[in-house]
Design a protein around this ligand. Structure first.
Ligand SMILES: CC(C)(COP(=O)(O)OP(=O)(O)OC[C@H]1O[C@@H](n2cnc3c(N)ncnc32)[C@H](O)[C@@H]1OP(=O)(O)O)[C@@H](O)C(=O)NCCC(=O)NCCS
Length: 209
């Protein structure tokens, strides 16, 4: 592929109009898994490494109806995962881990997984990662996805949208603040700096109007 995406043989520029949809088809599973890994691989590595295997297991277990996706032409260029009615975009079970990695390394992997575990409260829509393809960032796609997340929360009678952002991602935090999220609490996790690259995680919320 060249600089732009191909739609009917025509290259789409990075600022081509994107449209947002709920869910994605089997043709987008692989791209969704790769995008997810590329955004969150630093956190996921301890649980799902090596990369190729991690992407495979994510691809197999993704719940397409737990993502809003941004499409330019027919290419998936962004996604926002969320947890609703007890199901999240990426839900890998103990059984999946043991089957994929065997008994020897699974306990260590599962111990890391518990660090990333979060449970939504009944009145909130909990986000499970937002990512825009690197070459498509800075053109409003992330904001578009978040606008649709707010609508979705409203449609499901949720009062709050919640997400977490780490201290090493100030650009994402700026975006969230611009979109109306406010800090609720910050957890210091200095012991994670070496392994996961961040030393604090901030929980942010935005009230659904
Ligand atoms: C955060 C992210 C989803 C934003 O998507 P986006 O399509 O670039 O967002 P928008 O174009 O709507 O907004 C851009 C804003 O995001 C910020 N931003 C974050 N990363 C950026 C990047 N790599 N390029 C351009 N802008 C970026 C900018 O500060 C910009 O703010 P501004 O409009 O006030 O200048 C995207 O940068 C991304 O996928 N990052 C990697 C994954 C990630 O960190 N996800 C968040 C985890 S909490």
């Amino acid at each position: 592929m060249g600089d732009g995406l191909q739609a009917g043989g025509v290259a789409l520029p990075p600022d081509a109009e994107a449209h947002v949809e709920l869910g994605f088809g089997p043709e987008h599973r692989r791209a969704a898994a790769e995008l997810y890994w590329d955004a969150f691989g630093v956190k996921l590595e301890h649980i799902l490494a090596p990369r190729a295997r991690g992407i495979n297991i994510i691809e197999r277990t993704l719940a397409p109806d737990r993502a809003l996706v941004a499409l330019q032409g027919d290419e998936l260029v962004g996604l926002a995962g969320f947890s609703l009615d007890g199901r999240a975009l990426v839900e890998i079970t103990v059984r999946d881990i043991i089957r994929e990695y065997g008994l020897l390394s699974s306990p260590r992997r599962l111990a890391w997984a518990t660090l990333l575990d979060r449970n939504p409260r009944p009145h909130e829509l909990l986000m499970d990662g937002i990512v825009v393809r690197a070459d498509r960032r800075g053109h409003g796609i992330g904001s578009q996805l978040l606008d649709r997340v707010f609508e979705l929360a409203d449609e499901h009678g949720k009062r709050v949208v919640r997400l977490d952002v780490v201290d090493t991602n100030p650009a994402a935090r700026r975006l969230y603040e611009r979109m109306g999220f406010v800090e609720m609490k910050t957890e210091q996790v200095p012991f994670l700096r070496k392994a996961m690259g961040f030393a604090a995680a901030t929980s942010m919320e935005r009230t659904v109007p």
